[in-house]
Unconditional design. Structure first.
Length: 313
């Protein structure tokens, strides 16, 4: 069962899970009906993860064995409505952990954390797995609290909940909404559509990023890993590549030489500056063999080509 199946990660994860487990064995759920594809290619249910009764009935009735809970309010949007974002991010996770604790059929849970769990007092380059964590955003606070709850349910109740701290995720199928790393998706769309982009992050702002196929493979590999190999029950650092708006610009210009960038930083600049520039994922690689295939150059070629096809440019 995938919760948040219409979102940036969910819409691609459902497709991959259906290849592995069979279309009929993967339930896509969301409060919204998804883009064409997910809903008509296999089982889909409109479901609000905040409704704990509807959730538990659904899980029992459909004999759900694994839950991927991806619904969340991202960093930028959460700053606009802090209390609502906190309630959505926390209550939904608690509903899932409780279902996993109570329903015996449920064997594994995946819940994403984020680089947002770190803050200005964290070392920003090669951020270690275990380090100072003083997030300054509502989103980051909710993810850090969530990590502690995951670890708690693992230790206290034996709930097999697995998690990674995603860096910024870049993809062309479904756009993210309201995140700080979203500029790195928007820049490709605007390059193809208009040949120019105004970045809401300043030149020189380095953040860790990951191309969606690597993120999806990593997520599924973690869920498939032998439980005995896992030593982290809060959330694993997940590396990719570190990049800045001007580095992406330079790569885009190899394909679109006239591409123009300008900078108009907004409130998300401060958020970005409190996050790591790169993360150390040695433990992740050692425990369950995480690896990536795409760097900025390879990803840029694919992003531009796919967005051109999608937007008929
Ligand atoms: N990509 C997310 C955001 O920017 C971070 O997890 O909010």
């Amino acid at each position: 069962m995938v919760i948040g199946a219409s979102g940036q990660i969910g819409s691609e994860l459902v497709v991959e899970l259906r290849k592995i487990y069979g279309t009929g064995n993967v339930w896509a759920t969301d409060i919204k009906t998804p883009r064409a594809g997910v809903a008509d290619e296999g089982p889909f249910q409109v479901l609000d993860v905040m409704d704990d009764k509807q959730l538990i009935h659904f899980v029992i009735r459909n004999k759900i064995t694994q839950i991927y809970h991806l619904a969340a309010v991202l960093s930028g949007n959460a700053e606009k409505l802090p209390i609502q974002a906190w309630n959505i991010n926390m209550d939904s996770l608690m509903n899932i952990l409780e279902v996993a604790r109570m329903v015996e059929d449920v064997k594994k849970v995946f819940w994403p954390s984020s680089i947002a769990v770190f803050g200005p007092t964290t070392p920003r380059v090669n951020t270690p797995q275990l380090t100072t964590m003083e997030p300054i955003t509502v989103y980051g606070i909710s993810k850090l609290a969530g990590e502690r709850w995951c670890d708690y349910y693992y230790n206290k109740y034996g709930v097999d909940v697995r998690s990674v701290r995603y860096p910024g995720l870049i993809s062309y199928k479904t756009e993210a909404g309201g995140g700080t790393t979203d500029y790195a998706v928007e820049i490709y769309y605007e390059a193809v559509r208009n040949g120019r982009y105004t970045s809401f992050l300043q030149e020189g702002t380095a953040l860790p990023m990951l191309f969606m196929p690597d993120a999806i493979k990593g997520t599924i590999d973690l869920m498939e890993a032998e439980r005995s190999k896992l030593t982290i029950h809060s959330s694993y650092n997940l590396g990719g590549f570190s990049t800045t708006p001007e580095q992406i610009t330079a790569e885009i210009r190899k394909h679109i030489p006239d591409f123009a960038i300008s900078y108009n930083p907004d409130f998300r600049q401060q958020i970005a500056e409190s996050w790591p520039q790169s993360v150390d994922d040695t433990v992740t690689r050692m425990d369950w063999g995480y690896e990536t295939k795409y760097d900025l150059e390879k990803m840029t070629g694919i992003m531009l080509e796919e967005i051109r096809k999608k937007t008929n440019h």
